[in-house]
Design a binder for this molecule. Structure first.
Ligand SMILES: *[C@@H]1O[C@H](CO)[C@@H](O)[C@H](O)[C@H]1NC(C)=O
Ligand SMILES: *[C@@H]1O[C@H](CO)[C@@H](O)[C@H](O)[C@H]1NC(C)=O
Ligand SMILES: *[C@@H]1O[C@H](CO)[C@@H](O)[C@H](O)[C@H]1NC(C)=O
Ligand SMILES: *[C@@H]1O[C@H](CO)[C@@H](O)[C@H](O)[C@H]1NC(C)=O
Ligand SMILES: *[C@@H]1O[C@H](CO)[C@@H](O)[C@H](O)[C@H]1NC(C)=O
Ligand SMILES: *[C@@H]1O[C@H](CO)[C@@H](O)[C@H](O)[C@H]1NC(C)=O
Ligand SMILES: *[C@@H]1O[C@H](CO)[C@@H](O)[C@H](O)[C@H]1NC(C)=O
Ligand SMILES: *[C@@H]1O[C@H](CO)[C@@H](O)[C@H](O)[C@H]1NC(C)=O
Ligand SMILES: *[C@@H]1O[C@H](CO)[C@@H](O)[C@H](O)[C@H]1NC(C)=O
Length: 782
């Protein structure tokens, strides 16, 4: 009672304060959407939870009506929380209330924008239909039939052949989801493949205003106008389509998702940001994403694939909608795979780093689209493209964009060479090949500018930061793209002659290229900035130049000025690699229905490979060796993941204890009822399938526990020590007598010499002659 009074007085004071601020600042944008998070709901019925949210709001608002209007979402199926429009003072008052764990502004996150499955060895690529495929994992898992995969994304194009339900059995009786009607979307758009579809835009509209056909064209329904959600959906669980190819016939062949008979449920949470022609800029708000995860868990999904995340430093878990929502997912046995982000090659850029999430980096596949450039002096440089147009088979005059800008553009500015909209002088580029540099603005937009100004073709040159990696594009005119070393060669050639000439050789699709995989430069990297004692990313999968289904409302370039339409499109990003891991998790769920999300993650991680198809260590596109900070445990290896031998398991309590250990919030940010142990174990001791130690001093022991999940019983360990660090494992032999038996061991790290804060890498592997259970190690020290 006494406490209650104090709170009331505080609330009144804060409201007075707010009134004062209003006088000064005019109150215009004083309210924004906040997420209020209160942990579990302790067995309350959904209506009771909503009632509670109402009364919390009533206590800080002027009237019952205002309280009701301010509430956007009541999260009640799996966890307890809500999203509401609040002033900072109201938010602060609510954060003081009993049971409230965190209150944070709902921020916008970004989408991290298939040969790939046969490259992973899961589909031999020669079979005509699902039933005759000889692949063991697909057969073993019955193609993922009856696992339900939920995606948070930009919606779905339901008419795509990849989402057909021919010969699919009835919808699993466990399914409680819906097919939400809306613009150009009704219940008939769902089927036995796409079994659920919903959309969430209250958080978005509160921020950007109502969807607007001019400024933010999109469908007020689960239908995908962007393309991204259709692409990820078909990668995770698209049906087999035998004659898929990108515009111009590139990458022709069979397209299929990782779990071709799994069911899909789309939760549309990403919407366009107002402004400009650079379509593809989207945002997905915390408030909308939490509502989607809450519904997905209530609907009964088994796997969540989330190709969305922050850019820049990740938020603490208690303020991160994806981390919070997925903790409850994992508690419910739902596996969550998320993209690591596209902020590489800079270190310490990985997002979605919570240890209960599978964080996925991106690599190439063994496919190229060579389209070389011949220069007038006889030099030939490599290029790559999937542009569907060809130049005539002859030399054309060539000009560097910076030498062909309008008089109004500053030629000395680096961006003068970047073919930005409206920069080129038609007089100077007419019927020429224009050489443009990457940098500001979308790559395909540069081709659009060359076309606008009347150029014959575009050659896009990588900057040193882009290195030797090419994300292929379907330009709106003939063109190709070259690596940064070749940018230098072309610029020097242009500079060396008064009449530079060039010819572009039309592209073709080449399979079996080497080396593959290599790590994508854009893929975000470790170390983990929130918890350096958890190695992130966890795993890598194909994400460079991936072919998958596309929205019929979007052009392949996503540019609004481009009116071409394609059924399948090639795009890149960790957004594309994440669904590969989610699809594999869906198959493992079928084969091992009793495995926890941590066990599935462990199986995926400890069986991953770190070599390329030349048998050497994976590198980036320039040949620089990659490390666990690029690829985590290595490249996804679906066939091996079904039989890992041993797993590193973890329960929800282990994750909560981990939060106590890492001191993120001493009173445990995620669970009010959970009590932190008096002296929690080190965060490195979370039973994780990899080991990271930041600032090793002298010596440290790490504990791990493995569970027997396969037949053999005698394992011995081998260690690949990080340079300068000795690693001793006790015991170095493990013997299992029964199924599901657990054995604990200690990994002792001893510093042999100063590391000057540089990270060094190694690994250890348990081997029984059949299974190799490998864990990467990352260590830093003064
Ligand atoms: C749903 O939409 C489709 C295609 O737009 C239309 O043919 C069908 O009649 C609609 N069905 C219902 C039940 O509204
Ligand atoms: C849509 O956005 C445009 C551009 O911002 C604006 O001019 C127009 O008034 C808006 N329309 C509506 C219906 O809000
Ligand atoms: C260079 O041009 C870009 C794009 O027009 C502009 O944003 C930038 O401010 C310019 N930089 C300088 C140094 O003038
Ligand atoms: C172009 O040539 C001039 C003179 O030959 C030289 O000074 C300059 O560095 C060259 N620029 C490039 C980009 O090669
Ligand atoms: C680019 O040029 C540098 C310097 O000559 C060289 O070391 C590197 O190997 C080249 N990279 C590629 C991918 O050719
Ligand atoms: C909170 O902690 C309690 C007690 O340990 C546990 O039973 C419950 O599952 C936890 N809830 C969540 C969401 O972790
Ligand atoms: C490691 O040491 C650096 C430099 O002293 C410090 O900034 C960082 O917080 C330390 N990290 C951990 C995990 O202790
Ligand atoms: C680490 O483990 C080894 C072997 O189990 C043991 O001998 C040593 O005392 C331990 N060190 C510490 C600091 O606990
Ligand atoms: C290990 O576990 C597997 C599966 O849980 C079981 O089949 C096998 O018999 C166990 N191994 C031993 C030696 O008991």
């Amino acid at each position: 009672m006494g406490l209650g009074w104090i709170r009331l007085v505080m609330v009144v004071m804060l409201l007075v304060l707010e009134l004062l601020t209003c006088c000064f600042f005019g109150c215009v944008s004083a309210k924004e959407v906040y997420v209020v998070y209160s942990g579990g709901h302790g067995g309350l019925q959904p209506e009771e939870v909503t009632e509670m949210h109402h009364s919390m709001l009533v206590s800080v608002k002027e009237s019952v009506d205002e309280a009701r209007e301010s509430l956007l979402y009541s999260y009640k199926h799996s966890f307890n929380g809500f999203a509401a429009q609040l002033s900072p003072a109201e938010a602060s008052a609510i954060s003081e209330m009993e049971g409230v764990i965190s209150v944070f502004p709902s921020k916008g996150r970004k989408m991290h924008t298939t040969r790939s499955w046969s490259f992973l060895g899961i589909d031999n690529g020669t079979q005509k239909d699902e039933s005759s495929s000889s692949n063991t994992l697909w057969k073993q898992a019955n193609y993922g039939e009856d696992t339900i995969i939920g995606l948070l994304d930009s919606g779905i194009w339901p008419e795509s052949e990849s989402f057909g339900d021919d010969k699919m059995p009835p919808i699993p009786s466990s399914w409680k989801g819906i097919c939400q009607e809306g613009e150009l979307f009704n219940v008939s758009h769902c089927n036995k493949k796409l079994i659920g579809a919903r959309y969430y835009l209250k958080g978005y509209e509160m921020y950007y205003g109502p969807l607007n056909q001019t400024a933010t064209p999109d469908y007020r329904s689960p239908r995908d106008r962007d393309g991204h959600g259709t692409h990820t959906s078909s990668t995770v669980a698209g049906r087999e389509v035998s004659d898929a190819s990108a515009l111009g016939g590139y990458a022709a062949g069979k397209a299929a998702g990782g779990a071709p008979k799994a069911r899909l449920a789309m939760y549309k949470v990403c919407w366009p940001i107002p402004g400009g022609d650079s379509a593809g800029e989207n945002t997905c708000t915390d408030a909308d994403m939490l509502a989607a995860i809450d519904d997905a868990l209530g609907d009964g999904v088994h796997v969540l694939s989330i190709s969305i995340g922050s850019s820049g430093k990740p938020e603490e878990y208690s303020r991160d909608a994806i981390a919070l929502g997925s903790l409850y997912a994992v508690k419910q046995g739902v596996v969550v795979a998320c993209s690591a982000g596209n902020d590489g090659p800079k270190p310490a850029t990985t997002s979605n780093v919570a240890p209960w999430i599978i964080t996925v980096a991106a690599n190439s596949v063994d496919r190229n689209f060579p389209s070389p450039v011949l220069l007038g002096d006889g030099t030939k440089v490599k290029g790559q493209t999937v542009t569907p147009y060809k130049l005539e088979d002859k030399f054309y005059p060539m000009v560097f964009a910076a030498d062909a800008v309008l008089p109004t553009v500053d030629k000395t500015n680096i961006s003068a060479g970047q073919c930005l909209p409206g920069s080129l002088d038609p007089e100077k580029v007419k019927e020429k090949i224009v050489f443009c540099l990457r940098g500001n603005g979308p790559r395909v937009g540069k081709g659009l500018e060359v076309k606008r100004a009347g150029g014959a073709a575009v050659i896009l040159g990588n900057l040193p930061a882009n290195g030797a990696e090419i994300s292929v594009d379907a330009y709106v005119l003939p063109g190709t793209a070259v690596i940064s070393n070749d940018t230098e060669i072309i610029l020097a050639y242009i500079n060396s002659t008064s009449a530079p000439l060039a010819q572009i050789v039309p592209a073709k699709t080449v399979l079996g290229t080497k080396p593959a995989p290599f790590m994508a430069a854009f893929s975000s990297r470790g170390p983990n900035v929130l918890n350096p004692n958890i190695l992130k990313p966890d795993i890598t999968a194909p994400g460079l130049n991936i072919l998958a289904a596309w929205s019929q409302a979007a052009s392949p370039t996503k540019l609004l000025a481009d009116d071409r339409r394609v059924k399948y499109n090639i795009i890149s990003g960790t957004s594309m690699s994440c669904p590969h891991v989610a699809g594999t998790a869906a198959l493992l769920k079928i084969i091992h229905p009793d495995w926890s999300p941590a066990a599935i993650k462990s199986a995926i991680m400890t069986t991953a490979v770190i070599t390329n198809n030349r048998g050497s260590q994976m590198t980036d596109a320039s040949g620089i060796p990659a490390t666990p900070f690029n690829y985590g445990s290595g490249q996804l290896n679906p066939n091996k993941a079904s039989d890992p031998g041993l797993v590193y398991d973890a329960t929800i309590e282990d994750y909560l204890t981990f939060l106590c250990s890492s001191g993120i919030n001493a009173n445990n940010a995620l669970n009010t009822t959970f009590q932190c142990p008096e002296s929690p174990p080190k965060s490195s001791d979370l039973n994780y399938p990899s080991i990271a130690i930041a600032n090793l001093t002298d010596t440290e022991n790490i504990t791990r526990t493995v569970t027997n999940v396969s037949g053999k019983s005698e394992y011995t360990v081998s260690v690949d020590e990080p340079p300068g660090v000795s690693v001793n494992i006790h015991p170095n032999k493990l013997s299992f007598q029964t199924s599901g038996e657990k054995q604990t061991f200690t990994v002792q790290f001893t510093l042999k010499k100063p590391l000057n804060q540089e990270y060094v890498f190694g690994s250890y592997t348990w081997n029984d002659g059949v299974h190799k259970v490998r864990s990467p190690i990352a260590v830093s020290a003064m």
